[in-house]
Design a binder for this molecule. Structure first.
Ligand code: SF4
Ligand code: SF4
Length: 335
């Protein structure tokens, strides 16, 4: 017996959400590029409004902002959306697995497209030896530890406030734009290497190197949503384990509790038995409708960002005159 159509189509629904979000991020990037261009051209190009969503690309600054908020009780007004987006994504992981990675993150979407292309062209993806896989997976936790130590643990309150007052922080979004639009040779080489590795190995960046994903994976351990398998009806066919991009031994566990599980539902869609494998909640024995988890993912993101907007922690406090002065000088800060 096969699962219902909804479950089988969950991959298509996820792709729709992923690429819809990806296009939205590209739109934000282009719009921000036009905003910056206006100031770099000294007003020769039209002014467009600045999209605060671009601050989603400032997770390290958001970590500084978070500690500053915890230490002082005030939210940084230069890039408030950075903190709102960061807290939203961490909150999503606490409630709905590492779903940001597998449903919304534009880097995850590109990475997935690359390994799927690699699998199609080469007939397979590669896997490092098990001992190397474990060692490499540790790399992202080391990077996370490094950022947590220097920012959350070691950085004194005065240094936090001083950093958030610098012109560097004010134009950190512009510098992030330049990272993509004015790539150095080193950046091009590193990105080309990561692209090649992502083509060969499933989720290379996310699985081994992304410290943000490491943080979200740890937070996701507390999520009430978990992949749950009913051993009574399971035939042990192992379709789920073969399909899992995170390499989880789904067929051998009753509940997947790993920080590597992204909640992508690929295992569920691949199971030929009805209601044996599902994304479930504790104390809720009946199968949830398939739309509940994807709906929760999108709703949590919308609620988090909406709360930031509604509470006035979204638009930057920077005005036209400050941008006119700082953006043409952005290349001078931080070197
Ligand atoms: S266990 Fe299932 S939901 Fe988790 S990563 Fe693997 S395929 Fe995706
Ligand atoms: S795909 Fe379904 S039936 Fe097959 S091993 Fe996994 S849970 Fe069991």
């Amino acid at each position: 017996m096969t699962q219902g159509n909804w479950w089988q189509r969950v991959g298509a629904w996820r792709a729709l959400v992923q690429w819809g979000f990806f296009l939205w991020v590209v739109y934000i990037g282009v719009r921000f590029g036009m905003f910056v261009r206006h100031f770099e051209s000294h007003g020769a190009t039209p002014l467009v409004s600045r999209p605060p969503g671009v601050e989603g690309f400032l997770p390290i600054g958001a970590l500084v902002s978070l500690k500053h908020w915890l230490a002082s009780g005030t939210i940084n007004i230069v890039h408030p959306a950075a903190l709102v987006i960061f807290l939203t994504i961490v909150g999503m992981s606490l409630l709905a697995k590492k779903s940001f990675c597998s449903w919304l993150c534009p880097v995850g979407t590109l990475s997935e497209a690359l390994w799927k292309l690699g699998r199609r062209l080469l007939g397979r993806n590669y896997r490092p030896w098990p001992w190397l896989d474990v060692a490499l997976r540790g790399a992202k936790y080391l990077l996370l530890f490094f950022f947590v130590k220097i920012i959350l643990l070691d950085m004194p309150a005065l240094a936090l406030a001083a950093f958030l007052d610098t012109p560097y922080w004010a134009v950190s979004d512009v510098k992030m734009l330049h990272f993509f639009t004015r790539m150095s040779t080193t950046t091009v080489v590193v990105l080309a290497l990561l692209t090649a590795l992502s083509f060969l190995y499933a989720n290379f960046w996310c699985r081994y190197l992304c410290p943000y994903g490491a943080l979200l994976g740890l937070a996701s351990l507390l999520s009430p949503f978990k992949i749950r398998r009913d051993p009574e009806g399971c035939t042990g066919c192992q379709s789920c384990s073969r399909a899992c991009p995170a390499g989880m031994p789904v067929h051998a566990k009753e509940t997947i509790r790993s920080p590597e599980c992204g909640g992508c539902l690929t295992c569920v869609a691949s199971c030929p038995e009805r209601n044996i494998l599902r994304m479930g909640l504790p104390l809720w024995r009946r199968p949830l409708p398939v739309w509940v988890f994807p709906g929760a993912v999108v709703a949590l993101f919308a609620v988090g960002v909406g709360a930031g907007m509604a509470s006035g922690h979204w638009q930057s406090s920077m005005g036209y005159a400050e941008y006119r002065m700082l953006i043409p000088m952005a290349f001078m800060f931080g070197h």
